[in-house]
Write a protein that binds this ligand. Structure first.
Ligand SMILES: Cc1cc2nc3c(=O)[nH]c(=O)nc-3n(C[C@H](O)[C@H](O)[C@H](O)COP(=O)(O)O)c2cc1C
Length: 369
């Protein structure tokens, strides 16, 4: 049904326009009490066995919406209504910015992939903080806040920009993510080098502790799949050393591997980050490496090419406590989260593990034993 709709309507529209239209529908539906109750009952049925505790937070399940879909925190309840157990908003930058010139989002339908060079188009930390402050939650859902660098801020002043966002947003965040892995802000990914990452994470941690004194806001870092293996290890070691709470692996890739089906070479050559199915293998590999390195000392969040329950289950077995998706939501539609939950519950039941927590990292532990 959605597939037909996708091909007849969304596929013929500019992807960014389709995105805004979808968000509008989701918001409108979530604004009408009978509608949202009906939709949530249909799309977000609870599975008791999937209840997840991570980062000191309780969630209905492990599956959330990855950053970038709801950059300005306008559709949190709508996404919870669609069954996402946590919603990561952002990336929010210190200052508002328009992002890169359009066209900047491309669908590679045969490969079930997207290329984007959005460039952190967002309303900025002050406006998003105001919105989060005024929000009256309808659904109880965990809200992650993902922060990044304002484009015009020079790399040397990046720390101050992240600190500004932290001061404004940490109090509204169930967890906070330092994004240093988008390929669309020049120089951003250089911040993944430990010499740059150490002072940045330290300053963000301090700013969060200074501004939120009644609880400790969990802090995570989101990394790129394009890091060399040794650099993945270095970030993992640093995260443990700085007592971070977790790592999100991974962001989009600048590589163009795994794109066998898209015929249009111009599309494949578009600049930006590639997401969706072709990212699956490398994201899983990075996750395995991280788990082998840090075990359960950090909460690992698996993201990149998760299309269905089997992909989510593989990430959990590899070491992810939480999993996220974005691109497959575009292709699978509103039943995406429901299908992931249903399949995860079935897989857990058929597995030797009594709880989801027991399954986390089981495959990687076996492989490294
Ligand atoms: C259009 C688009 C915009 C994105 N924007 C952000 C962003 O602002 N911040 C971020 O950390 N990740 C962003 N991402 C990356 C996703 O959060 C995710 O890490 C990546 O797409 C891999 O997951 P997927 O294969 O399920 O899409 C974006 C992805 C897409 C497709």
């Amino acid at each position: 049904m959605y597939e037909l709709f996708f091909h007849l309507v969304f596929k013929r529209m500019d992807p960014e326009r389709a995105h805004h239209m979808a968000v509008r529908w989701i918001r409108l539906t979530a604004a009408v009490p009978v509608l949202r109750t009906f939709v949530a009952a249909l799309l977000a049925p609870r599975h008791k066995e999937l209840r997840t505790e991570a980062l000191g937070l309780r969630m209905h399940g492990p599956f959330g919406l990855a950053a970038g879909f709801d950059k300005n925190a306008v559709a949190i309840d709508g996404m919870a209504m669609l069954g996402f157990d946590h919603v990561e908003i952002g990336t929010v930058t210190g200052e508002p910015q328009p992002g890169n010139p359009k066209k900047r989002l491309f669908r590679l339908v045969p490969d079930r992939a997207l290329i984007n060079r959005m460039g952190f188009n967002n309303e900025g930390s002050a406006a998003v903080a105001r919105r989060l402050n005024e929000r009256v939650p309808v659904f109880r859902t965990v809200v992650g806040v993902n922060i990044g660098k304002t484009k015009v801020v020079p790399e040397a002043e990046a720390v101050a920009d992240y600190v500004k966002s932290t001061e404004r947003l940490a109090r509204h965040a169930d967890y906070l993510v330092v994004n240093v892995s988008s390929p669309n802000t020049p120089g951003l990914r250089n911040l993944q080098a430990t010499e740059a990452l150490r002072p940045l994470l330290t300053a963000v941690r301090e700013a969060a502790d200074r501004t939120v004194t009644d609880r400790r806001v969990p802090l995570l870092v989101k990394i790129a799949p394009d890091l060399a293996d040794e650099d993945v290890d270095a970030v993992a070691d640093l995260a443990v050393e700085l007592a971070l709470d977790g790592i999100i692996a991974t962001n989009t890739t600048i590589a163009r591997e795994g794109l066998g089906l898209t015929a249009d070479p111009k599309l494949v050559a578009e600049t930006g980050g590639l997401s969706g199915a072709p990212l699956k293998e490398r994201s899983l590999e990075v996750l395995r490496r991280l788990y082998a390195r840090v075990g359960d000392r950090l909460v690992l969040v698996g993201v990149g090419g998760i299309e269905n329950a089997e992909d989510a289950w593989q990430r959990i077995l590899a070491g992810a406590t939480l999993v996220q998706g974005y691109s497959a939501f575009i292709y699978e539609g509103p039943f995406y989260a429901r299908a992931v939950h249903k399949g995860l519950a079935a897989r857990l039941k058929a597995s030797p593990y009594a709880t989801l927590a027991e399954a986390v990292g089981a495959d990687t532990r076996k492989a490294t034993a």
